[in-house]
Design a protein around this ligand. Structure first.
Ligand code: PEP
Ligand code: MN
Length: 361
């Protein structure tokens, strides 16, 4: 995606891009009141869902196209840019007709390549002028599948959209969890590694699911160098028709934004470089040690093969895990981290021993 252009609403001076507004556009009064308050709080981009994908039938499914007029009015009165979710060809056409500046593809839609392709084909059919100015944001699919997310981004990019960003909104998980959609940060981090030129915003509202998690998640996201935040805000959050528990008021948002640290790039560079050198050399040592460890486990594999022993020996893995976790804890390492690390190393040893055993056949 080498020729991505800056997203139209990129603020100056390296500040994060902030998009805020209600989960759903519910009434003209709610949209305009929230928009005015957000504008007063310094927000430049107003979001509101018009077509709402709901898990079960019977909930509030959005007002639909008539609500686009309220967004257009909010834009005219405040000068803010507007953003809404689209899931079908008709949504795209209606949103463009209402002069919406930013379209986003929701998490349920980006999990469905047919739906994303339909949106992409519709975008490809727009006039060059409209397409060049339009910005499209792609939320991660509900399931933690980076390739599916990248696939959705590529479909939109291939349709000729060059103003794009990804939105990280966490992943559905079975059962009770602290967060509504656990963030699995390593997925957006890997997305950034794979497509460094693509801006990534974070949606703490849908990750957290509860108001009290929004601020700490915003802090974490900015610490991880996300390019911006999409935050659900409502003039009367407790009365919201969708996602009431996770919306905050415009004045709460203003306070929260003031609490975020300013980004600095210049300070402590020398110390940082020297610490990074230490990390590089420790990583090399770790890799060398891992290679040595694999040599030893390969020898064990050959011994097992010679003596017709099974590769996995009952008790050994369990014993090793216990001993290492204890040792790791005494060194100040988190036990889950040590377990996960050992599991990967052990899996690789078993894979290599299996291939040694396979040589016999
Ligand atoms: C939303 O942003 O209102 C929304 C429905 O989000 P998601 O697609 O992340 O669930
Ligand atoms: Mn929502």
């Amino acid at each position: 995606m080498k020729d991505l252009k800056a997203i139209t609403f990129q603020p100056q001076d390296n500040a994060p891009t902030i998009i805020a507004g209600p989960c759903s556009a519910e009434s003209r009064t709610q949209v305009l009141t929230t928009a005015m308050q957000l504008h007063d709080a310094g927000i430049k981009i107003f979001r509101a869902g018009v077509w709402k994908p709901r898990t079960k039938p019977g909930g509030f499914e959005g007002i639909g196209s008539p609500a686009l007029e309220w967004l257009a009015e909010a834009k005219e009165r405040t000068g803010m840019r507007t953003a809404t979710e689209v899931a079908t060809r008709e949504h795209v056409h209606d949103a463009i007709s209402a002069d919406i500046d930013i379209l986003w593809i929701g998490a349920r839609t980006s999990a469905n390549p047919f739906a994303v392709q339909e949106i992409a084909d519709t975008l490809a059919g727009l006039s060059d002028d409209v397409r060049d100015n339009l910005c499209v944001l792609v939320k991660n699919p509900v399931n933690p599948d980076l390739e599916l997310w990248i696939g959705a981004l590529e479909r939109i990019y291939n349709a000729g959209i060059s103003r794009m960003a990804a939105i990280h909104r966490g992943y559905s998980a079975y059962g009770e969890h602290l967060y509504r959609n656990p963030p699995l940060w390593r997925i957006p981090i890997e997305l950034h590694r794979r497509i460094p030129e693509l801006p990534i915003l974070c949606d703490p509202s849908h990750i957290g699911g509860k108001r009290e998690f929004i601020a700490p998640l915003c802090h974490q996201a900015l610490e991880m160098n996300f390019d911006g935040l999409m935050i659900e805000c409502h003039c009367e959050p407790e009365k919201a028709l969708s996602d009431a528990a996770q919306q905050i008021t415009p004045s709460e948002l203003e306070r929260l934004l003031r609490s975020l640290p300013a980004r600095q790039h210049a300070c402590g560079q020398e110390l940082l470089l020297s610490l990074r050198e230490q990390v590089d050399s420790l990583d090399s040592e770790l890799l060398e040690l891992l290679a040595q460890r694999m040599d030893v486990t390969d020898r064990i594999g050959r011994l097992k093969r010679k003596n017709a022993m099974t590769i996995v020996q009952p008790g050994r893995y369990d014993e090793l895990m216990h001993l290492r976790v204890e040792e790791g804890e005494s060194l100040g390492l988190n036990s889950d981290f040590v377990k996960a690390l050992l599991a990967v190393v052990h899996e690789e040893s078993v894979r290599r021993q299996l291939s040694i055993a396979g040589d016999r056949k």
